[in-house]
Design a protein. Structure first.
Length: 294
């Protein structure tokens, strides 16, 4: 039997845990407490402390149609980017797992996009998807103004979704490939001997055994789409044109740091946190039922 490491006294264990507890407190609990305080108060003009206003900041937000538009855009962005990134990653992982020619190269190359910082990625896609350069300029010569994210809100949203999805394809690919390689080869070979084709093996064997990984990545991707999209949106569109790409996380930044509405931005951050928690609970409550752990 393997022996577990134990400490002779509780103090030694707490000493080892202290650095991590300090980091969690400084970078999570303290900022969260500050945001919660700002959300229920209103900063006095020209400084001079905060005045308690209760739920006034939240009431004002919930009555603001512009805020609800940012919520709708965030859902569209989150669902679209999650579907694209997970779908493409699953296809690439299935092809790599079949050990096609060059699979060793693909296995290392496909994970590189996730290592790129979001602002750098946004800057790269801002040039790649520019309507006046490259392939898209040729398309615009044939069909004028078919693609112009600087003026068309739908094009701008498509651009940020593509950029964000491309980044997370690499992240999802790692987990999908690891899960596929954990499936016993005897099951795949037995199905092949019985006459099941590649698509039948994927549908009846691999996908059911991938459901824990699919469920995990679904939660991670939805959460990240609501929280980690700021860098790409800020570099590519800055929330424009005409607020067409102003997602919830970007609106928090814009209202707080540019509009100097710290209390309103804090209230938005609390609502965003609650929304992510509710989405996670919903996924555990209704989607996990379809997950097969054995």
């Amino acid at each position: 039997m393997e022996k577990r490491v134990t400490f002779s006294t509780t103090a030694i264990g707490l000493l080892f845990a202290a650095p991590m507890l300090l980091l969690i407190f400084v970078f999570f609990y303290w900022p969260s407490a500050q945001a919660l305080y700002w959300a229920f108060t209103l900063e006095q003009p020209w400084g001079g402390g905060n005045r308690w206003v209760g739920f006034s900041n939240f009431r004002q937000l919930l009555e603001d149609p512009i805020y609800w538009q940012s919520v709708t855009r965030s859902f569209v962005f989150g669902i679209s980017s999650t579907a694209i990134s997970m779908g493409m990653a699953l296809i690439l992982a299935l092809l790599t797992d079949r050990e096609l020619a060059g699979h060793r190269l693909y296995r290392s190359v496909f994970i590189w996009p996730y290592a790129i910082a979001a602002p750098a990625l946004g800057l790269a896609f801002r040039f790649i998807l520019a309507p006046e350069a490259g392939l898209l300029s040729v398309i615009n010569r044939v069909w004028p103004d078919l693609w112009n994210p600087a003026l068309d809100g739908k094009d701008a949203m498509i651009a940020v979704i593509i950029a964000f999805s491309w980044k997370y394809i690499g992240y999802n690919f790692i987990f999908f490939l690891s899960a596929l390689q954990g499936i016993p080869r005897a099951l795949i070979e037995a199905a092949a001997i019985d006459g099941a084709g590649p698509m039948r093996r994927i549908r009846d064997i691999q996908l059911p055994l991938l459901t824990p990984t699919l469920f995990f990545l679904l939660i991670i991707n939805i959460t990240e789409s609501f929280q980690d999209s700021f860098g790409i949106v800020d570099v590519m569109t800055q929330g424009g044109p005409a607020r067409a790409t102003e997602l919830m996380v970007y609106k928090i930044y814009f209202d707080g740091f540019k509009g100097l509405d710290y209390s309103g931005a804090a209230a938005q951050s609390i609502l965003l946190m609650l929304l992510v928690i509710l989405l996670t609970i919903f996924q555990f409550r209704f989607i996990e039922r379809r997950v097969h752990y054995k």
